[in-house]
Design a protein. Structure first.
Length: 318
């Protein structure tokens, strides 16, 4: 009997020991899960911090390259300054290449007459038969609401089933060409790189040497300008005043008028590429002008980076 009682007591102790072992194992599993979650969280935070720091550094380098380019161009004699060219800089451990071209090389959508637009579309749009029709659509978009024929233009947009009407004012962005009635997307894609709303020319000259395609050529094919000796900043500039984003809404108003007399650099388009030490590339497209007696050394009329540079071509009512 004593032996039987001892046996039962041993079995109870073994059962309690097994229960404790299972409980300990469950606690260890829970702790392992917590450690795994913390490690995943720490890795995610580290990646986010690295991405944020790289982004801040890239934006500072893009801004620094713009400021250096504006400075170098304003130091040149305006009569000898090339209308387009390439500038190279070293900013910290990053390399920056800046392609610049005067907006005066482009046709201004808000200045061009019907004849000028028709000639331009015939020469560059590849649409000689329909050039005048497309030119009329451009003029109708910007004509005042009380102008003759404006009401009929509004009716044509309503009849087309679109949810908007012509602006009846100056183009605020080249992107508005996508919204014009009757102009095919392939024609818009062809002419968009050749027009502007930032102080371009009023009359198109069919001269290959005056086109803006040089920014797309290899650097060896473009005029070179040397940066100034001070062009070695280690951070972002303190200077520019931004006047708009996404083909900024004030873009069509700033470049012209009496202010031209105070412009050290007339509206110029900059295509900036910054390459870091690991070969990662960041790019921006900027339109800026420099003023002699302004609150800031230059004003930014357009600033586009990231997805804005790779957006699909057909941007109707985006």
């Amino acid at each position: 009997m004593t032996t039987s009682a001892a046996s039962r007591s041993d079995r109870r102790r073994q059962a309690r020991g097994g229960f404790v072992l299972i409980a300990v194992l469950w606690i260890l599993v829970a702790l392992a899960g917590l450690v795994g979650a913390y490690v995943a969280y720490a890795l995610t935070m580290a990646q986010s911090a690295d991405f944020y720091l790289r982004r801040v550094g890239a934006e500072a380098a893009l801004s620094g390259a713009l400021e250096l380019a504006v400075y170098d161009l304003t130091q040149m004699d305006p009569s000898r300054r090339p209308e387009e060219g390439v500038l190279d800089y070293r900013i910290g451990d990053m390399r920056a290449q800046v392609h610049y071209a005067s907006e005066a090389l482009r046709l201004d959508l808000n200045k061009a007459s019907l004849d000028s637009l028709t000639a331009f579309l015939s020469a560059e749009g590849g649409v000689r038969a329909s050039a005048e029709l497309y030119a009329q659509r451009i003029l109708a978009w910007r004509q005042k609401a009380n102008a003759q024929g404006a009401g009929m233009e509004d009716l044509s947009y309503r009849a087309a089933g679109v949810a908007y009407l012509p602006r009846h004012g100056p183009f605020q962005s080249v992107e508005e060409l996508w919204d014009l009635r009757d102009i095919p997307p392939d024609v818009v894609a062809r002419i968009a790189p050749l027009v502007t709303v930032y102080g371009g020319r009023a009359k198109w000259e069919d001269d290959p040497a005056k086109k803006t395609g040089a920014a797309d050529q290899p650097p060896s094919a473009q005029p070179q300008s040397q940066p100034s000796p001070q062009a070695q900043p280690q951070g972002a500039p303190a200077g520019g005043q931004e006047g708009g984003g996404q083909d900024g809404a004030a873009g069509a108003q700033t470049p012209d008028g009496a202010q031209n007399a105070d412009q050290a650099l007339k509206p110029t388009r900059f295509r900036i590429r910054v390459i870091d030490s690991q070969g990662r590339v960041n790019a921006a497209e900027v339109v800026a002008l420099a003023v002699r007696n302004g609150d800031a050394p230059y004003n930014v009329l357009l600033w586009r980076t990231g997805d804005d540079l790779t957006a699909p071509g057909d941007g109707r009512r985006r």
